[in-house]
Design a binder for this molecule. Structure first.
Ligand code: SF4
Ligand code: SF4
Length: 111
């Protein structure tokens, strides 16, 4: 099974809690984590709408919370602590089916 993380970035608030949860649970330096949140915007487009998107990017530091002390009740720490509930980890093939359900989603496949 290929493990994937599905991100519904339309509703990511940019709170960075996923980053902090990963770094703390894995005892990482302040500038490193298995997930890092990037921000594009905010700037106004010609049509008057605003570009303002937060995007969690999974890095090679991510070990899928494989260590027994990392995960919380079986859920990866980033998933568990995301209050907007926009992260899901699971079988990448199953998660891929969700991509057509709504726009502004992204699927990572993890090594
Ligand atoms: S799955 Fe675990 S190791 Fe990977 S980014 Fe989330 S908290 Fe970090
Ligand atoms: S914890 Fe959730 S809402 Fe907050 S930045 Fe991470 S993915 Fe986005």
């Amino acid at each position: 099974m290929t493990v994937g993380i599905l991100v519904d970035y339309e509703f990511c608030t940019g709170c960075h809690t996923c980053e902090i949860a990963c770094a703390v649970s894995h005892d990482l330096p302040n500038d490193r984590a298995g997930v890092v949140v990037h921000h594009e915007g905010a700037w106004e487009m010609a049509n008057g709408k605003w570009q303002d998107t937060y995007l969690p990017v999974f890095t090679d530091v991510c070990d899928q919370c494989a260590g027994a002390s990392a995960a919380h009740d079986g859920a990866p720490m980033c998933v568990h602590h995301c209050q907007a509930d926009v992260l899901r980890m699971g079988d990448a093939e199953e998660l891929a089916k969700e991509l057509v359900r709504k726009p502004k989603q992204l699927l990572y496949t993890l090594a």
